[in-house]
Design a binder for this molecule. Structure first.
Ligand code: NAD
Length: 258
């Protein structure tokens, strides 16, 4: 208890999946959690449930690709809560398509949400965190094992997640050299059983067989659960990781070890 006590944390894509799990564990560990998403009913329900269980959480609508909304929202968070300690750039989409089947429109959409919006969120977080008192904070960017290795049916997604990996290192170096007290890290999950991956399973025509195939593919013998990833994000958000920046936390059941 209390691993992020007193911190104010913004988690994008917080209505379900990894963002929801991260919001719940951060609230359990003492943070004030601001969940944002485009799925308003789901996001409101998660925030309400966290609050009903004694945590501190609010939900706001935010399309992460909207530059103006980032500034508006962070101003509101600072006005309401005094500061912003943690930003988890988690919102993301997947496009189940190889390079030949990927349209330019699909490519741009995936890269706008998964990559460009991570830049917007990181830049906005730095703007707030560098000038607050006490100064600093932690930015956690969701990449993927698809930011480390190629996957044939995830061409645009691969590109977006690879971009997040190296952009994170660039931002981490900049803020470290500037002495802002801000850390920036990326997280690289393998297939984790969230709505996103269940949808990939549905695309194969047999969700259960897809689950079994994932279990076999991972050396640990199962796909990930949302909490497997949320614990990693919690560590990077907390002061336990105060000497960790520009790093890539791989949480993948061993699949990229081979
Ligand atoms: P999910 O689809 O279950 O949840 C993603 C959330 O992001 C949804 O609530 C969705 O509404 C929200 N979102 C999508 N577009 C948005 C936008 N423009 N603005 C605001 N919110 C938006 O997915 P998940 O599995 O929980 O994935 C979370 C993150 O983790 C993503 O960045 C994903 O790429 C990454 N990731 C997931 C896995 C996995 O196996 N589940 C593996 C590696 C990386």
């Amino acid at each position: 208890m209390g691993r992020v006590k007193g911190k104010v944390a913004l988690i994008t894509g917080g209505a379900r999946g990894l963002g929801e799990a991260t919001g719940r564990v951060m609230a359990d560990e003492g943070a004030t959690v601001i969940l944002t998403d485009v799925l308003d009913a789901e996001g409101e329900a998660v925030a309400k449930d966290i609050t009903a269980n004694g945590g501190k959480a609010v939900y706001y609508n935010q399309d992460v690709t909207d530059e103006g909304r980032w500034a508006e929202l962070t101003r509101k968070i600072v006005a309401d809560h005094g500061r912003l300690d943690v930003v988890v750039n988690n919102a993301g989409i997947v496009l189940d398509a190889n390079v030949e089947d990927t349209t330019l429109e699909g490519w741009r959409r995936v890269n706008a949400i998964n990559s460009e919006a991570v830049f917007l969120g990181t830049r906005e977080a730095i703007r707030v965190m560098k000038d607050q008192d006490p100064r600093g904070g932690s930015i956690v960017n969701l990449s993927s094992i698809a930011g480390l290795v190629g996957i044939d049916n995830l061409a645009a997604y691969n590109a977006s997640k690879g971009a997040v990996r190296l952009f994170t290192k660039s931002a981490a170096l900049h803020v470290a050299k500037a002495g802002y007290g801000i850390r920036v890290n990326s997280v690289h999950p393998s297939y984790t059983w969230t709505p996103m991956v269940q949808h990939l399973g549905d695309n194969t025509g047999d969700r259960d067989a897809f689950y079994q195939a994932l279990a076999q593919a991972h050396p640990i013998g199962r796909p990930g659960e949302s909490m497997d990833i949320a614990w990693g994000v919690l560590y990077l958000a907390s002061d336990e990781s105060s000497w960790v920046t520009g790093s890539e936390l791989v949480i993948d059941g061993g699949i990229t070890a081979a």
